[in-house]
Design a protein around this ligand. Sequence first.
Ligand code: SF4
Ligand code: SF4
Length: 357
Amino acid sequence: MTDRPGDRATRRPGPRGASWLVRGLTFFGLVVVVLAVSSVLHAAPVEYHRPVNAAPKPEDIGGAYVIPAVQRSVSRSVWWGAVDVAVLSVALAASAWLALRRRSRRGLVFLTIGSLAYFGFYRDGCVCPIGAIQNVAVALVDHSYAVPLVVVIFFFLPLVAALLFGRVFCGGVCPLGAIADLVVIRPVEVPRRLDGVLGAIKYLYLIVAVWLAIRPAESRDFVICRFDPFVGFFRLAGPGHMLIIGGILLLVGMFIARPYCRYLCPYGAILAVLSRFSWRGVTITPDKELDCGLCVGSCPFGAIEKMRAVRSSCLSCGRCYRACPVGNPRSPDEASVEGAAKLALPVAMTEEGGAAI
Ligand code: SF4
Ligand code: SF4
């Protein structure tokens, strides 16, 4: 007996598909273990140096003036750093599994909410690979600049994941992406040419941000963190103008899905480049493509071209799976792929400009 295309078994990768995933996750797990162990072994307290000596001294000021104690954020212990790395690793693996193997939009939504809660609200949006771009850039050119190993790991781990599985960090882990994804309610299509022009901004921003970071210490500017649009929400505090900008981005994001991710995020620029070379990525119907076109309109990011997900712009959100009639219990005719194909054909033909039947 041959499997019908709509059977659940045909929707998922077979044993061969499972083996690449197991191999990928094993490799990914090894990378994670090595990075986590080295973070614990090599972590050392960073010595604090007062950057300026120009401040007036008590004897200059006179009276009973006493220099107040330097205020520094309380650094988390090495073990908490290891916990953060472990949570990031598990979240990345879960995102890859949900997006590529389980193909579950619902699972990704739950993961997104969990990531937003932990990395966003509990960890105050810090450590964050987006802001780490500038720290890593400075450390590469200025050897007196110390970057905690946890920050380095947070910077590289999502990039390793992107090379293996595409933008799974954006799909279910990044708290900035998560808060933006949850407000997408009525997305409109951005004309492709305009989308391309706006999409170039993030590459320019990346170049400018790195250039500002590697300047001499006196004139360095960590613009990515300074203009993080959502961190104020995570900390329930922040400069008024940034809260307004963040609010505007969320409002716009109800109709133009995830504008920060698509047009501004400098880390998204790096992920977009790396994911072009990813080992695996989102396939809308992995085994049997109907090419019915039902998935095209389901992607709020315009990441489906010629009925295939474009790896550089696919954010691994899983929305297109729900539109696919192959083995999808939510499809209009779950018992029959032929029935779904009949339903899809008029849509595809209408989009091609032909007559609907
Ligand atoms: S594009 Fe940037 S902000 Fe958006 S999810 Fe990816 S890393 Fe996060
Ligand atoms: S193609 Fe679009 S809808 Fe499908 S997973 Fe990628 S970003 Fe989401």
